[in-house]
Every structure is written in C-alpha cells, then in structure tokens.
Design a protein around this ligand. Structure first.
Ligand SMILES: [Zn+2]
Ligand SMILES: [Zn+2]
Ligand SMILES: [Zn+2]
Length: 258
C-alpha cells in the first residue's frame, strides 16, 4: 500500500490525506504567496485522484486570480491549498503536513518578488530602504492598516502553530499596537490560538496578518507589508519543530533546538 500523508489546519476544521508520491516542494516568493502566508509559501502537489478531504467544515476558497483559487481555513486562517483552474492537481502547503514529509525543497520561484528582509537562499541583505511608514494589507484588500516603520528586527518562527497557519513558517516583527492606523478591517477575523494568544487573519482570502500573545505583545507578519519593510531577518526560533523539507542556510542564530 502506498504511503499516505495526512495533514490539517491548526484548529482541525480542515483535514486531508494525500497518497504518495508527492511532488518535491517548491518555495514561491510571489506577492500573492507572500501576502497569504505572511512570509513566503512552500508547497507540494498531488494529482486530485490521490487527494481527499477527510474534514472540510471550515474550508473556504478565495479566487486569487483567473487561473487559480486558494484554500484556507475560515476558523483558524491556515493557508492550505492552491488549486490551478483546469488542472487535475492540487498544491498543498508543506507546513500543513503532519510528521516527517520525506520531501525536499527543490526550487525557489518568483524570487524577484522576495521581501527585502530575507533572501530565498543565503544571508539576508542589509535593508536598502528605511520607510517611515509601513502599509500592510491582506491579499484581497479587505483588511488594511498602516504603522510606523521601519520594521527593524524580524524573527522567523518554526513552531507548529506558525507552520500550520502560514503553510511554511512565519516571519514577523514587534509593533506597538496603539500606533496602528486601521484603514479597513471589514474582513478581519481573530482566532484564539492554543497558547492563549490571538491571530488576526483575513476571513475572505485567508492572509496571515498579526499575532497578539497572551501577555499582549503584538507582532505583524512581514509578508503583509506592501513594498520594503526596512527590516532584516535576525533569528530563527522554535527550530526543533521546523519541517524536514527545508534547511536553514542563512547563518542566523537558531534558538530552541529542543
Ligand atoms: Zn482551522
Ligand atoms: Zn483578504
Ligand atoms: Zn511560532
């Protein structure tokens, strides 16, 4: 019997199974993937006849372009799927898969759209711009806010929660919540996380936007910033729970090896 990969969103409202072999992982740095994931998106892909949803109560789809739709959880906001129109396959967020995947990341695409705070491979660049104001939004534009820039130090988090929600791993920077100027929050959803925190996401397009810890600390997903952040990735945390399908090769400090 072929091996079956199981996966789910963070809250469990969406769960699925995909029968091996799965395609190796492709990391996409396009603007859409960066907005939805909050950093950048990594996915495998499988023919539809080897994929099945085992729970789909909270699954929602956002038509992100004429060519494709993005599937996410309407309750927890996890970024889960990308479904190209007219193709008998579905791309699955590698971060949604449970347990060892046995996969490797074999390419990075749309690298010209990567954020200014990291490189797809190797050490992050020094920020070229220092924007005094950051403009953030989700992919569909239903939620948008501004805050003072530059972003400064950006932390990559590889914990299970960040991996499930982003579809890969998260990258965020601390912000003073009282300085946020909300331009639009019609579509804003807030989900409670297992550790007592709250996650802000768009209920129409599934984009990851911000996190508020149980102690009230507020951070903004770097991928939500439109244009330069003026920030720089400075460390990786919770690396003991990182996925097996990628390496960390940027030379930055790694915390929480477990
Ligand atoms: Zn969910
Ligand atoms: Zn949206
Ligand atoms: Zn995390």
């Amino acid at each position: 019997m072929a091996a079956v990969h199981a996966g789910s969103c963070l809250c469990g409202g969406v769960a699925f199974e995909a029968e091996a072999p799965l395609r190796e992982v492709i990391a996409c740095h396009c603007t859409q993937c960066r907005k939805t994931s909050g950093h950048y998106w990594s996915a495998t892909s499988v023919p539809l006849d080897r994929f099945r949803l085992t729970r789909d109560e909270t699954l929602r789809w956002y038509r992100s372009s004429a060519e494709a739709a993005r599937g996410f959880c309407g309750t927890c906001g996890a970024s889960l799927f990308w479904k190209p129109e007219g193709e008998e396959r579905i791309a699955i967020a590698a971060g949604a898969l449970d347990g060892p995947t046995g996969l490797v990341t074999d390419s990075h695409i749309f690298t010209e759209s990567a954020g200014d705070y990291y490189r797809p491979e190797g050490p992050p660049p020094r920020p070229a711009a220092k924007p005094a104001r950051l403009s953030c939004s989700c992919l569909c534009g239903g939620t948008a806010f501004d805050l003072p820039g530059p972003a400064g130090e950006i932390t990559a988090c590889h914990c299970r929660q960040c991996r499930k929600l982003s579809g890969h791993y998260s990258a965020s920077f601390d912000a003073d919540e009282t300085t946020i100027d909300w331009r639009r929050r019609d579509s804003l959803g807030v989900s409670e996380t297992p550790g007592g925190g709250q996650r802000g996401f768009c209920t129409q397009c599934g984009s990851s936007l911000w996190f508020r810890s149980s102690a009230g600390e507020f951070s903004v997903e770097a991928g939500s910033v439109t244009g330069p952040t003026g920030g720089r990735l400075t460390s990786h945390i919770f690396v003991a729970s990182k996925g097996d399908y990628y390496g960390i090769d940027d030379g930055l400090p790694q915390v929480g090896r477990g």
